[in-house]
Design a protein around this ligand. Structure first.
Ligand SMILES: Cc1cc2nc3c(=O)[nH]c(=O)nc-3n(C[C@H](O)[C@H](O)[C@H](O)COP(=O)(O)OP(=O)(O)OC[C@H]3O[C@@H](n4cnc5c(N)ncnc54)[C@H](O)[C@@H]3O)c2cc1C
Length: 410
């Protein structure tokens, strides 16, 4: 007997967004979540008074789907200054907003990062992407991002010193093999809004959706083992039935539950956190290392952006490293401290290692012309999640909303 209109498997951003819209449409849902909390890949831990997001992650306020359902004011969003600090030839260069303040960027005309032509190209692309809708981006012809940047006419210097470290950090891969569609979509979001973190950590985002759902909507520590028709079987053997079932898990679990044998590749990252007595950065910006053979690829100080990320008088330093997931945590930490001592001096030696997060399945790789997955699998089975569309919070939320609309018939 169907107790619920819809069972949703997974309380990540896709599952929560789906439940949010179903609730608005008057359709009841039960979310079954394997872990002990909502958020999926958007989780935050409190460690020794520090707020540690599980991997460096930001909310771009321009995301159309986020604007539709999130209450930004309640999230108390704190913004990064747009642009980046670039480690260049043993020193630091501030690249003022290359997306929104071209006049500022032009002031740094004689800086080693970006020529006048490069900056005019940024303006050209900004004008182009502004007119394009999210769905249109992903129906355009695509190539890999690196080829796209070269074809667009940017200099190798600009590509090496800015685009590779900046978008490599977004895509979580250093070759810029990711689809140019996704690059254009992300470029528009940076141009059109702010890069932010909630004052109390990224998990405040899924928490905000979850608290607005009817009490008892999410059942925790409830792993789904099997789905047959509209019946789901839990790890303890219990079977639950609903009129519709929505798979809103990560890609690997969805493949398992749906009996698919797909060879997927993922982009990975490792995030290492340190407690420091003072911030090593002078700007509220992300620091990028164009030398991708190093251990430190991107660095930021979340507590400079949102002071509540660290206890009063302390700073939290977040270091992202790509492709080092197999490296022993202690060795990695030693490497990072050594490299950052070259960057910031002996102060780094006093930093305290707080925690390391290895995130081997951070994002599904998204090469050019990746196949788009249908959201409706059969009469009463649907799937949503970032892997179904493109690797972003916006995609997780968009696919969650679309599935809810299909089920509710709106
Ligand atoms: C390090 C990192 C950095 C990122 N940076 C950004 C960024 O800056 N901006 C951005 O837009 N995106 C970023 N992302 C991507 C973003 O986090 C994801 O796109 C989004 O969170 C995916 O949500 P989802 O609901 O599709 O999947 P998930 O978050 O993976 O949620 C799936 C849920 O299903 C549950 N589940 C799985 N199997 C089962 C089962 N069998 N039974 C019950 N429950 C199950 C899981 O426990 C999980 O809660 C980043 C991701 C990572 C890891």
């Amino acid at each position: 007997m169907a107790n619920y209109d819809v069972i949703i498997v997974g309380a990540g951003m896709a599952g929560l967004t789906c439940a949010t819209y179903l609730n608005r449409f008057g359709v009841s849902s039960l979310i079954l979540e394997a872990s002990e909390a909502v958020g999926g890949r958007v989780r935050t831990d409190k460690v020794e008074g520090y707020t540690l997001d599980r991997g460096f992650q930001i909310l771009l306020t321009a995301y159309p789907e986020a604007q539709r359902v999130l209450d930004y004011q309640a999230l108390d969003l704190k913004s990064f200054r747009s642009g980046a600090i670039i480690r260049h030839n043993g020193t630091f260069m501030v690249m003022s907003d290359p997306f929104k303040e071209p006049s500022q960027a032009l002031n740094t005309l004689f800086s080693p990062v970006g020529s006048l032509v490069d900056k005019l190209k940024v303006l050209q692309l900004s004008n182009e992407v502004l007119k394009e809708s999210t769905d249109a981006f992903f129906s355009d012809e695509a190539t890999d991002t690196l080829s796209y940047l070269r074809d667009f006419g940017w200099s190798e210097d600009m590509i090496t010193n800015f685009f590779k470290p900046f978008f490599g950090g977004v895509f979580l891969e250093n070759e810029l093999a990711t689809s140019s569609n996704f690059f254009r979509f992300v470029f528009k979001q940076f141009y059109n809004g702010e890069a932010t973190i909630p004052a109390q950590g990224m998990q405040e985002i899924p928490n905000q959706l979850a608290v607005k759902l009817p009490k008892g909507t999410v059942r925790f520590e409830t792993k789904v083992e099997k789905i047959v028709g509209n019946t789901v079987t839990l790890a303890d053997g219990q079977a639950l039935t609903a009129k519709q079932v929505v798979v809103a898990t990560n890609a690997s679990q969805a493949d398992r539950l749906l009996g698919r044998n797909v060879n997927r590749t993922f982009n990975k990252t490792t995030c290492t956190y340190f407690a420091a007595d003072r911030s090593p950065l002078k700007e509220k910006m992300l620091a990028l290392n164009p030398n991708r053979l190093s251990t430190v690829h991107n660095l930021c100080v979340p507590s400079d952006i949102a002071p509540s990320y660290a206890p009063t008088g302390k700073s939290l330093v977040s270091v992202s490293t790509q492709g080092m997931e197999g490296v022993d945590e202690k060795k990695l930490t030693v490497h990072i401290v050594k490299e950052l001592t070259e960057w910031f001096g002996a102060d780094v030696q006093s930093w305290k290692h707080l925690r390391t997060y290895h995130l081997p399945e951070s994002l599904l790789s998204f090469p050019a012309n990746s196949a788009q997955t249908e959201l409706k699998i059969s009469e009463n089975l649907y799937e949503c999640g970032d892997y179904v569309a493109y690797p972003s919070l916006n995609a997780a939320m968009a696919t969650g909303r679309k599935v809810a609309e299909m089920i509710a018939g709106v």
